[in-house]
Design a protein around this ligand. Structure first.
Ligand SMILES: Cc1cc2nc3c(=O)[nH]c(=O)nc-3n(C[C@H](O)[C@H](O)[C@H](O)COP(=O)(O)OP(=O)(O)OC[C@H]3O[C@@H](n4cnc5c(N)ncnc54)[C@H](O)[C@@H]3O)c2cc1C
Length: 349
């Protein structure tokens, strides 16, 4: 039986593994599997941060030449799996960052398996985790760090321009030079979309907020701030039909079709921010522990990583639909490992 198993391979999971390994818990980390289904659902191993090119806001990585450091910190085999570095990139890329956190976890003794957890049994000790491979993992404590998956529109042109003008995170990408002082488009009508549009007003004076209905779903107070903001123009009853662009510039425009029979409209833009929600990776947990109405894991004790099941802890975006950043995920990963370590000490008393 394992002392602790970590499920998930984003910044939260790997950071939990660093702390658990250094506390001599000899953690096993189940990192997910490379499958077509996971690719389609945007939840391949290494997490959401591996989907982005530049990471400018993770502490410790100012712009600079990381070349020699990456070569020495990451094994040759793993380095060969990283996507080629963008020639203009001056700091750390998303795949590099999470690979470095993984290398640190493995260096301290974390064991890694490629599998998807598809079911759990938390009814008695040892807790059982059932993998898609058919393997059953037994453990005294669990840290669930399975993250969330950004919802995209599903357009072919959207795929082509991801990281080249199409983004699912304004707070992460809004400050990048490609978006500064350019007209931008935000898609969505909930709180997240409106907040992303408001956030982008720091960097540009023209934002189109495109929504498929004729009114926002966002809370009144957030909606009021957006409607009163001179930089934000609402385009109602519209959905993207095609994202326009080219290999050199990335996104240059978008075609918007009408949901009420108006003609197609073309907008010039350098960026399209898709804010149509995130799906927490919690399907396999339904009925096994408490989830909130938004489907994220409930944390009954404020500022702790406990779940509703003793000995099961959680970290990162799977339990956080508010901050959703790599550094906050890593921070809660640290907390979850410390909570698991203290809980194990009480079992051994
Ligand atoms: C396009 C984009 C750009 C971003 N840019 C930035 C940025 O610049 N800076 C920043 O701070 N944040 C950024 N973020 C947000 C950041 O990536 C997330 O907040 C962070 O990755 C969350 O980490 P996590 O460890 O909680 O989970 P995730 O990163 O979501 O990783 C969880 C992983 O666990 C695995 N998993 C899921 N289910 C299972 C299962 N059942 N069994 C086994 N494994 C499983 C999968 O491999 C999954 O990918 C960005 C997000 C997106 C979508």
């Amino acid at each position: 039986m394992e002392k602790t198993i970590i499920i998930g391979s984003g910044p939260a999971g790997w950071t939990a593994a660093i702390y658990a390994a250094r506390a001599s818990l000899s953690p096993l980390l189940i990192e997910g599997a490379v499958t077509l289904e996971n690719q389609e659902k945007n939840r391949l191993p290494m997490g959401q941060i591996a989907l982005t090119t530049e990471v400018e806001n993770f502490p410790g990585f100012p712009p600079g030449d990381l070349g020699g450091y990456l070569d020495s910190a990451i094994s040759k085999g793993r380095k060969g799996m990283l996507p080629p570095r963008d020639a203009e990139l001056t700091g750390v890329s998303g795949p590099e960052l999470v690979e470095l956190i993984r290398a640190q976890a493995v260096y301290f003794g974390t064991r890694v398996v490629s599998d998807d957890v598809i079911d759990v049994d938390f009814s008695q000790l040892p807790y059982k985790l059932i993998g898609a491979t058919g393997n059953i993992y037994e453990t005294k404590t669990v840290i669930i760090a399975t993250g969330a998956s950004a919802n995209y529109l599903g357009l072919e042109s959207e795929n082509r321009f991801k990281n080249r003008g199409v983004s699912a995170c304004a707070i992460c990408d809004g400050a990048l030079p490609r978006f500064r002082n350019k007209p931008l488009v935000v898609i969505g009508g909930g709180d997240a979309a409106v907040e992303e549009a408001l956030y982008l007003t720091k960097f540009t004076s023209k934002i189109y907020l495109v929504h498929r209905r004729d009114q926002l779903r966002a809370s009144k107070i957030v909606a009021k701030r957006a409607t009163e903001h001179s930089a934000i123009e609402f385009l109602w009853n519209r959905i993207p039909e095609e994202i326009l662009g080219n290999d050199k510039e990335g996104v240059t425009g978008v075609l918007l079709k009408s949901t009420v029979g108006e003609p197609v409209m073309e907008l010039t833009t350098s960026g399209l921010f898709v804010a149509i929600g995130r799906t927490p990776n919690t399907e396999f947990l339904k009925g096994k522990l408490a989830l909130t109405e938004k489907g994220v894991i409930a944390r009954p004790i404020p500022f702790r990583t406990n779940t509703s099941v003793p000995g099961v802890f959680t970290a990162g975006d799977v339990a956080d639909d508010y901050y959703r950043q790599a550094i906050s995920a890593a921070g809660t990963g640290c907390m979850a490992a410390l909570d698991a370590e203290r809980y194990l000490a009480t079992l051994n008393r």
